[in-house]
Design a binder for this molecule. Structure first.
Ligand code: FMN
Length: 307
């Protein structure tokens, strides 16, 4: 989060009276995450129509390998809020936990005397991850369309084991993301994004010049200059040294001192999403996958006479 006296890294779009061809496009352009909710229940029929809208999302092979846990109990929301360190998980009237779910399909296959190996397939894990996120995003858009607001909580990835236990997730079910839903309190302003020019490549991937690349980020984060202090410098030095060695760390600090501030990229990868910590826990992640009943990262040996 941005600290005091520094411009927000959350740069927002200027207010404008843009004209959109229709309400769907207006909604998509003007959407923004919502982290403050009125203490107002979501009417069951409103929630139901959001859920119904979501399940019409596309999925690979139309298999729908996902489940959604609807969480309304205050105690459960509080536990999640404490676990993830984000209060609005509790203040949102509804939290939705989106999970990959191959368990239901495995059971169906067993009941119908059909073969099943999807939890041992990287391809199927990959597709089902996308399926799950697409459903979640369709529910977000449906919620926006009905005057609600929402925010994803990715932090549950630090608590897969706890989440599995809390929600009794069987093997083959993997929690992906949490979504807080409710009636938005206060104004939300769309955040600045990299423009289409920076994102879309004509026919083939196009290498941008340094200048164009810098301009694109400059437009996204105008005036992003973060105050220098000893503590921040020390952290950035440590991070750079751990990732690219001492020489790079010295260069980075010299650049910061010369420019007189910490720039957006240095803040993003040196202080906020620390580059030295990013790869932490990769192995544990695979262990957790295994504990959740997945084996796609191992060589698949056809079970002899089992299952
Ligand atoms: C996968 C994912 C995980 C996220 N996790 C969190 C989170 O844990 N806490 C939070 O406040 N926002 C979270 N967000 C919201 C992002 O911060 C937000 O989408 C981003 O800053 C852009 O702002 P916008 O949604 O208003 O355009 C997450 C978003 C996504 C897509």
């Amino acid at each position: 989060m941005a600290e005091k006296k520094t411009p927000s890294h959350h740069g927002v779009e200027e207010q404008h009276d843009a004209q959109y061809p229709n309400q769907t496009l207006k909604l998509l352009h003007e959407r923004a995450s919502c982290r403050s909710f009125f203490d107002k229940k979501i009417e069951p029929e409103v929630l139901q129509s959001i859920l119904e809208a979501g399940i019409h999302a596309p999925t690979g092979g139309n298999l729908q390998p996902y489940s959604v846990i609807k969480i309304e109990k205050q105690d459960t929301k509080r536990k999640l809020a404490e676990m993830c360190g984000q209060d609005f998980i509790e203040s949102a009237p509804v939290d939705l936990l989106f999970c990959i779910d191959w368990y239901r399909l495995k059971r169906w296959a067993a009941l119908e005397a059909a073969p099943f190996s999807a939890t041992n397939s990287f391809r199927h894990f990959w597709i089902s991850f996308q399926d799950t996120i697409i459903v979640a995003q369709n529910m977000c858009t449906a919620a926006d369309a009905l005057g609600l607001g929402s925010v994803y909580i990715g932090t549950i990835l630090e608590y897969f084991r706890e989440t599995k236990e809390m929600f009794h997730l069987p093997d083959g079910v993997f929690p992906v993301v949490l979504l807080c839903l409710g009636y938005p309190k206060g104004e939300r302003r769309p955040r600045k994004k990299l423009g289409v020019d920076a994102i879309v490549h004509e026919e083939k991937y196009h290498e941008y010049s340094d200048k164009k690349l810098e301009e694109a980020f400059e437009q996204k984060y105008p005036d992003a200059k973060f105050e220098l202090n000893e503590r921040r410098l020390e952290t950035i030095y440590e991070v750079c040294k751990a990732v690219h060695g001492e020489e790079f760390a010295k260069q980075c600090i010299a650049t910061i001192k010369e420019q007189g501030f910490i720039n957006q990229a240095q803040r993003t990868f040196g202080l906020h999403y620390r580059a030295d910590m990013m790869p932490d826990g990769n192995e544990d992640f695979l262990r957790i996958m295994e504990e959740c009943g997945f084996g796609w990262f191992r060589e698949w040996l056809i079970p002899q006479g089992k299952e």
